[in-house]
Design a protein around this ligand. Sequence first.
Ligand code: ATP
Ligand code: MG
Length: 264
Amino acid sequence: MKELIGLRDVRHTFHTANGPLPVLDGLELSVPEGGFAAVVGPSGCGKSTLTRLVAGLMIPDEGEVWLHGERVKAPRPTVGMAFQNPVLLEWRTILDNVMLPLEIVPTKLTKSQQQDRARYLLDLVGLAGFEDKRPSELSGGMRQRASLCRSLVHSPDVLILDEPFGALDAFTREDLWQTMHEVKKAEPFTGLLITHDLRESIFLADQVVVLSGRPARTQYVLDVPRTGTPTLDDLYTPQAADMLTILRQQIEIAQGRTDAKDAA
Ligand SMILES: Nc1ncnc2c1ncn2[C@@H]1O[C@H](COP(=O)(O)OP(=O)(O)OP(=O)(O)O)[C@@H](O)[C@H]1O
Ligand SMILES: [Mg+2]
């Protein structure tokens, strides 16, 4: 299948007051159109930096970032992003918050079509009836759902999620995982998810990329076999346990706790 996101031997060093900080050192990533990659790795290894490179918000010192067969050299409007703490504007209603990207990214939709699209997305994530509420009137999980709608409203072909469910309780998080599968079915996109939750990675992604400690390189790639939409029960099968064991061992290697040969 055609590659949509591609990183080739990406290297980057930040220049800080304390001297050079090498962050990325040989990142490789290939996500086909419609694929969903999860990226896991130790805290501070360079995961958010990776998302900024894919979105074109920064350019690496070395190596190549490709999107849609084009080298990424500037910010890309065809990318949607959602983060751990959704920043919704309190002086706007939920509907107006969701429509915000359409004020920035050029659109052919009329105002009423924009509203219809925002309402449709809110309905898709279970927030019908909350269009006129303010962000502070919603729970954390509901705000994250609204933020998801906002990142999808301009129909991006790439959705980047940087620990979007990290601040939620376990049950709300699991609800949102299921919502993500419904959203992807209705609004196909190519996904890049940053997470610290290994169960989340195998539930949502078809490819889990483990990054080494900083400076990060691609240490390990696990393909997650998919036959239809998973259920939460699928996380308690022997196959899931095997995948989680492999990923946990890889994270330990990335954290420098285990030698690669011990886990082989
Ligand atoms: N603009 C910047 N200038 C200087 N250093 C930076 C900059 N952005 C990030 N860093 C540093 O680069 C390293 C990687 O940061 P990054 O945010 O990509 O890590 P991360 O893997 O997303 O971490 P976490 O899991 O905690 O979210 C960190 O040490 C961070 O302090
Ligand atoms: Mg981060």
